[in-house]
Design a protein around this ligand. Structure first.
Ligand code: GLN
Length: 487
């Protein structure tokens, strides 16, 4: 079935001219037309633009200029600026912003001849774990329409899970690629900080933000990473490294792989249904020849409090640019300049974004800077050091991506702390700048998906993808589709 085909299969169909990019793109656009009103995964669609790109891709293929993945359609998280596309970042503040330029990630996909299917819904400015903070309304989880898809890349995760797109982009500051991937039963990877350019990716917390791909399988992720990763002089934290083929080790046996199991990740907090799916997944890795090592990440319990000092601090600074002067929303009524700023920001930002700006301004203010911000920076070092120590004993670290399966829409809206705890297993790797991924490993309560979290050492993406791919060769969770809900 076309909608469930891998990127490799789709690429082959395209290069053998068994299908054109226009046909493939039309197929996914038609599916979006049918399903999006119920799921709300896309904020902006522009069929004419998508089909123009598809025609260009067909020309590239016809004239022998095709590159890997030329003609493949994919969905772009609405945090990536794309020239001529409305780029909202899930906010009223940018509800009228048509980007005059492409983010580097978008540019790289365009140059390779991929097709932009549309811009996906997300938590406002990527702040959230349920996609409920979006100005454009919540996204539904295709496995159960009363559940959230996770966040902040909830629209991208939903689009891939419902097979409205073969792949999508996401961004991850504290868990926003991995947690929605887990809750929607798809695969997603956040690369080592600095590998994917942040240019044109609207900033939330710059020392943590990292773009990455979301797709059905590890094999698909490797192909997408090959296009996304690369030095960019327009991003001052972009890393200059030799190009890698992230799929080079996919087929390698994992007999000697040492998997670290942090005791802190298997402690209280993880629900029983998640625990049992994770146990079965680890059994598969055991059968594939991997060995397990008990490890400890003693400071990881501080990751959430540290994250919620540092991320809001950076956000309060990054979001000061939205002042109603240069671009975006401006209040209709005001008296003087100061009232224009105040009204614009009061009306343009949602509740959660305002909460973050307030926390961030507070922890950076005179008298509290040393007590909160500096302390958090020191703890960040300790959290990172725990991983460095752990990787002396193991190659990869595994555990649950999320403590529970997808929760109900509305369930955690009034309790920000509960919402923040969605990232209890993912935020430590973000603070350390380490790569992390989630792959589907079964179902828990109410038949909602469970994700396995894999953390690698710096630049070990190929090794993580190798382990995930070997697992996906002996299981089929990644091929399951939520057909009941979508029938
Ligand atoms: N859920 C976390 C937050 O709200 C992480 C979001 C993200 O990774 N962008 O900040």
């Amino acid at each position: 079935m076309l909608i469930n085909a891998s990127l490799k299969q789709l690429s082959l169909l395209l290069s053998d001219k068994k299908i054109s990019s226009v046909e493939l793109t039309s197929e996914f656009l038609a599916r979006i037309q049918t399903l999006n009103s119920g799921l709300n995964a896309f904020i902006t669609l522009d069929e004419e633009r998508s089909l123009t790109q598809a025609r260009d891709a067909d020309e590239m293929i016809a004239s022998g200029r095709s590159m890997p993945l030329t003609g493949i359609p994919l969905a772009q998280k609405d945090i990536f600026c794309a020239q001529g596309w409305l780029t909202t970042c899930g906010s009223k503040m940018l509800s009228n912003f048509v980007s005059p330029y492409d983010a580097t990630v978008v540019e790289r996909f365009n140059q390779a001849g991929l097709v932009n299917l549309g811009k996906t819904n997300m938590d406002e400015f990527a702040m959230g774990s349920s996609n409920e903070t979006s100005y454009y309304g919540p996204v539904r989880n295709p496995w159960d329409l009363s559940a959230v898809p996770g966040g902040s890349s909830g629209g991208s995760a939903c689009a891939v899970a419902a097979r409205m797109a073969p792949a999508a982009t996401g961004t991850d500051t504290g868990g926003s690629i991995r947690q929605p991937a887990a809750l929607c039963g798809i695969s997603g990877i956040k690369p080592t900080y600095g590998l994917v350019s942040r240019y044109g990716m609207i900033a939330f917390a710059s020392s943590l933000d990292q773009g990455g791909p979301m797709a059905k399988s590890a094999e698909d992720l490797a192909l997408l990473l090959n296009l996304m990763v690369g030095f960019d002089e327009r991003d001052s934290t972009s890393l200059q490294r030799d190009a890698e083929d992230y799929g080079r080790d996919l087929e390698k046996p994992i007999e000697r792989l040492r998997i670290g199991l942090p005791k802190e990740f298997f402690a209280e907090g993880m629900s029983a249904d998640v625990a049992s799916a994770i146990e079965s997944a680890l059994d598969e890795f055991r059968k594939l020849g991997a060995t397990f090592v008990d490890i400890s990440l003693p400071n990881s319990k501080l990751a959430i409090p540290v994250y919620y000092v540092l991320a809001p601090a950076e956000a309060s600074s990054n979001l000061s640019r939205f002042d109603g002067v240069r671009y975006g929303y401006r209040a209709a009524q005001y008296t003087d300049l100061e009232s224009m700023y105040k009204r614009t920001r009061a009306e343009g930002f949602g509740e959660e974004v305002k909460r973050r700006i307030l926390i961030g301004s507070y922890v950076l203010s005179h008298g509290y800077y040393d007590a909160y911000y500096l302390q958090a920076q020191k703890l960040r070092r300790l959290i990172a050091k725990d991983f460095t120590d752990a990787f002396q004993q193991c190659d990869l670290i595994m555990g649950p991506t999320s403590p529970t399966v997808a929760f109900d829409i509305g369930e955690k809206c009034d309790d920000p702390i509960q919402m923040y705890l969605s990232d209890v297993y993912t935020s430590a790797a973000s603070l350390a700048g380490l790569p992390g991924m989630s792959i589907p490993v079964g179902f828990g309560r109410k038949d909602r998906p469970v994700g396995l979290h894999i953390i690698g050492n710096y630049f070990k993406e190929a090794q993580m993808l190798n382990a995930a791919h070997r697992y996906q060769q002996v299981t089929d969770w990644h091929q399951r589709m939520p057909s009941d809900v979508l029938a």
